[in-house]
Design a binder for this molecule. Structure first.
Ligand SMILES: Cc1cc2nc3c(=O)[nH]c(=O)nc-3n(C[C@H](O)[C@H](O)[C@H](O)COP(=O)(O)OP(=O)(O)OC[C@H]3O[C@@H](n4cnc5c(N)ncnc54)[C@H](O)[C@@H]3O)c2cc1C
Ligand code: SF4
Ligand code: SF4
Length: 416
């Protein structure tokens, strides 16, 4: 019998690969460093290109309980998928086709198979959290740095004995035939981009943070509110290319931030009558079918200013005075806004460089690079090593899913 396939990262791409391989009868080990699967898509509300709710749209095959993005129960119930949460790859050795992989498997403080989400521990201690009603595995998570008497009490009283506060990380060595890298992206935290004062004023946020605010499952129930005081926000300014196309940070274009900024601008203006959005940009890059978002946003009254933000001044009520140089009009414009949203660069997640070095594969601007840029094998990054989704660079969900399927198809072909 062939060895299983190792998939690193359980975002949309990794989950797609795991489910498709498992459905084809191939065993997989799916390693995820976070406590929940879903990756960055977990916090998104409506999704381009269809504008469906990320939580609700079904996969292209009907399978009860499975959502396109989260593959919900499939991951925990499918016997061919061994899910390792809170875990990372420590070392990879061996030869292509016969890799020996050392895993660091995180401590399992709450056993997801036993947790019934009764909520008792959440009431007892702030060390327990429910990440999202959509999270998989469906279980609360525990933060050991917040251990208190309430947590110990919860351990004793948990009706299903799901809690083990003394759990320790373990090591596991596995033999795998192929490796799929699906480690995704990280939204750059623009703390070092001084001109935008991110981290200094609470109402300056990133696009992923905005997505969490307008998410109906979020803290405000989807209401557009200011982080400073929870009061409604009505005037929103977005600024593009923060940290992207900038030699001081990332010289590349992050490819999808124009689209998600316009998606958010459309959601804000079309779902609310009293919200005004302005977008400060260098160029609007809406490739392929996404030009529609640009047209829609202009039709719904979104204001576009080509130029640069010159000055941000906080007011006493936590709103912000913004001065923008409009390069088309050649003059300075003044705005007062409730929320200032940065379309921040998408960067490789922590640890990508180590993975690239360990496997001896190529890098492309810090993301995983394909083995032969001249070939059409866009998911082959080494001998028996594949990558898919945003591990290869910024991409939308449909592209990530297509690449995951391409990697699966390569593995199936190689086993014939
Ligand atoms: C604000 C915003 C809005 C967006 N809106 C849309 C939209 O409407 N429609 C759309 O199609 N796309 C949208 N996107 C893009 C979408 O988020 C991505 O296409 C999608 O999440 C990519 O999935 P992925 O699996 O490649 O990566 P990720 O979602 O990044 O998943 C990667 C996973 O790998 C894990 N991981 C990373 N490194 C390791 C490691 N070393 N070991 C173990 N695990 C690891 C991570 O924890 C994560 O769970 C948006 C992006 C942003 C920033
Ligand atoms: S008390 Fe136990 S079963 Fe209830 S939510 Fe907490 S861990 Fe889960
Ligand atoms: S996609 Fe748009 S906002 Fe993002 S880096 Fe490219 S031009 Fe700038």
């Amino acid at each position: 019998m062939s060895n299983p396939v190792l998939i690193i990262g359980a975002g949309v791409a990794g989950m797609t690969a795991a489910v498709e391989l498992a459905d084809s009868g191939i065993k997989t080990i799916l390693v995820e460093r976070q406590e929940t699967v879903g990756g960055n898509a977990l916090d998104l509300y409506k999704a381009f290109p269809t504008d469906d709710c990320f939580y609700c749209f079904e996969g292209n095959r009907w399978r009860p309980g499975i959502r396109k993005c989260f593959y919900r129960s499939a991951l925990t119930d499918q016997p061919n998928i061994a899910l390792r949460m809170h875990s990372e790859v420590d070392d990879i050795s061996g030869t292509p086709g016969k890799f020996t992989v050392k895993l660091r498997v995180g401590p399992e403080y709450v056993n997801p198979k036993k947790c019934t989400m009764c909520g008792l521990c959440l009431e007892k201690s702030e060390a327990f959290r429910l990440l999202s009603p959509q999270c998989q595995p469906q279980a609360v998570v525990y933060d050991p740095t917040k251990e208190d008497d309430g947590a110990k009490q919860a351990e004793e009283e948990c009706p299903t004995k799901a809690i083990n506060l003394g759990a320790q990380p373990t090591e596991e060595t596995v033999l795998v035939s192929d490796i799929i890298i699906a480690t995704g992206y990280h939204e750059m935290q623009p703390v070092n981009v001084d001109e935008y004062n991110y981290g200094k004023y609470p109402n300056i946020i990133t696009q992923l943070e905005l997505a969490k605010i307008i998410d109906p499952n979020g803290e405000s129930g989807g209401a557009l509110v200011k982080p400073s005081d929870g009061k409604p926000a009505k005037r929103v300014m977005m600024v593009q290319c923060v940290g992207s196309r900038d030699e001081n940070y990332y010289p590349y274009c992050s490819k999808i931030c124009c689209i998600f900024a316009l998606k958010h601008a459309n959601i804000l203006t079309q779902e609310r009558d009293d919200v005004h959005v302005s977008v400060v940009y260098m160029d609007i890059r809406t490739y392929d079918r996404y030009e529609r978002y640009y047209r829609d946003s202009r039709d719904s009254g979104v204001e576009f200013v080509r130029g640069r933000v010159s000055l941000i001044e906080p007011r006493k009520d936590d709103t912000l005075d913004i001065t923008v140089y409009d390069s088309l009009l050649n003059k300075y414009l003044k705005f007062t806004v409730d929320l200032f949203v940065l379309s921040s660069a998408l960067e490789p997640p922590k640890g990508t460089d180590k993975l690239i070095e360990t496997l001896g594969i190529k890098s492309a601007s810090g993301f995983v690079g394909i083995a032969d840029p001249a070939s059409e094998n866009e998911v082959v990054v080494g001998d028996h090593v594949y990558a898919c989704g945003t591990a290869l660079g910024p991409a939308e969900v449909p592209e990530s899913v297509t690449q995951a399927r391409a990697a699966v198809s390569k593995i199936l072909q190689s086993r014939k």
